[in-house]
Design a protein around this ligand. Structure first.
Ligand code: SF4
Length: 315
C-alpha cells in the first residue's frame, strides 16, 4: 500500500511565504550583486559608471539596513511549484488564502508600497491584495513532496510588449522587435535599465507573454538555455541590446541589459509569436521550499525551468 505523505500545514506555508516576501524585499540575489559590480567595473562612460556604482551602493545599503532597494516595491507575485507527492493542509484554496494573507501582512509590516489599485476607480485597498492580486502561477514537478514558494516583487512593468511575427521574419524580426522595445522603454528610462530581458518565442499569445516574464524573473543572470540554438541567440540578443548604447537609466553607456533569457513553446505553423519582458535593476526575488517534515529552506535561485517543465514529449 502506498504511504501517504504528511500534509504540509498552512501555518508553515504562511511562515515561508512571509519570510520569502521579506527576503525578496530586503535582499538582492547573489547573481544580481555580481552583475551589478561587473557592469560598474567595465563601464567606459563616466556618468554611466557613476550611476552604476550608485546602484551597487544602493543594493548593499538596502541589504545592510534591511530595507527595500527602491521606493517603488513593485508588484508582489508568486510562482508556486508543487511536488507531485505533496499534500497541502486544506488544499489549494487554503494555500491561496495563506499566500494573500502573507502579502497583506508583509505590506503592512515592512512597508511595501501599496501599489495595487482598482484599474478604474483607482481605489487602493492598501495591502497589495485585490482581484487577481497578487498573481499566483503554478507548475508541478514529479516525485517531490515539497512546495516551492517563489516570490518576485516585479518592477519595470512598462517594459513588456508583444508582437505577432511571421515565420519568415525569423531572427531578424525578433531583433527588430527587441530594438523597438528597448528604444521605446529603455531610452525613456521607463523600465529603469539595466534590465534583465525575458523573451518568449512561440506558443499562443498568452503563453508567449507569460514565458517572457518567467524568463526575465525566474532565471539567474548568466544561466543559458539547454538548447544550444536558443542559448546562442540569448548571447546574441544581449550583445545587441548592449550595443544600443542606451545604458543605465538611458544616460548612455555600455550596459543596457544584464542578460537576455529566452524561453520557447511550440507555435502555430503560420506564426512566430514574440514577447519581451523587462525586469528592472531592482532585482527582488526569494524562494522558500517547504517540506512536510517542517523544514523550510530559503534560496535565491528559483529552479523554475526544470527539464520536466520544458518537456518535449509525453513523458
Ligand atoms: S522600474 Fe524598478 S527601479 Fe524603477 S522605479 Fe520601478 S521598481 Fe524602482
Amino acid at each position: 500500500m502506498a504511504v501517504r505523505t504528511a500534509a504540509i500545514p498552512q501555518e508553515l506555508i504562511y511562515r515561508a511565504a512571509y519570510e520569502a516576501n521579506r527576503l525578496a524585499a530586503t535582499t538582492v540575489p547573489r547573481d544580481g550583486l555580481v552583475a551589478f559590480q561587473r557592469a560598474a567595473q567595465r563601464e567606459s562612460k563616466p556618468l554611466a559608471r557613476f550611476v552604476l556604482r550608485k546602484i551597487v551602493d544602493n543594493a548593499n545599503l538596502a541589504v545592510a539596513e534591511n530595507r527595500p532597494m527602491c521606493a517603488d516595491t513593485g508588484l508582489p507575485r508568486y510562482y508556486v511549484k508543487v511536488g507531485n507527492e505533496a499534500a497541502i493542509e486544506g488544499g489549494f484554496v487554503a494555500l491561496e488564502r495563506t499566500l494573500r494573507q502573507a502579502v497583506a501582512d508583509l505590506t503592512h509590516d515592512i512597508q511595501l508600497r501599496a501599489n495595487r489599485v482598482h484599474p478604474l476607480t483607482r481605489h487602493n485597498p492598501g495591502n497589495n491584495v485585490g482581484i487577481f492580486a497578487p498573481n499566483v502561477d503554478y507548475s508541478f514537478e514529479p516525485d517531490g513532496d515539497w512546495i516551492d514558494i517563489i516570490v518576485v516583487h516585479k518592477g519595470g512593468l512598462f517594459g513588456t510588449d508583444y508582437r505577432m511575427l511571421f515565420p519568415a521574419d525569423g531572427v531578424t524580426g525578433i531583433k527588430r522587435f527587441l530594438l523597438d522595445n528597448l528604444a521605446e522603454f529603455a531610452r525613456r528610462g521607463l523600465s529603469c535599465p539595466p534590465v534583465i530581458i525575458g523573451v518568449g518565442l512561440g506558443g499562443t499569445k498568452d503563453q508567449c507573454v507569460r514565458l517572457s516574464k518567467e524568463a526575465a524573473c525566474l532565471r539567474s543572470i548568466g544561466d543559458r538555455h539547454p538548447d544550444p540554438l536558443v542559448a546562442d541567440l540569448e548571447v546574441e540578443l544581449n550583445d545587441l541590446a548592449n550595443r544600443t548604447g542606451f545604458g543605465v537609466m538611458g544616460v548612455g553607456g555600455d550596459t543596457t541589459s544584464y542578460d537576455v533569457h529566452i524561453e520557447i513553446a511550440y507555435a502555430h505553423t503560420g506564426g512566430l509569436p514574440t514577447a519581451v519582458s523587462q525586469l528592472c535593476h531592482a532585482y527582488r526575488r526569494a524562494v522558500g521550499r517547504v517540506h512536510p517534515d517542517g523544514r523550510v529552506e530559503y534560496r535565491d535561485d528559483p529552479q523554475w525551468f526544470t527539464p520536466y517543465y520544458r518537456r518535449v514529449g509525453i513523458e
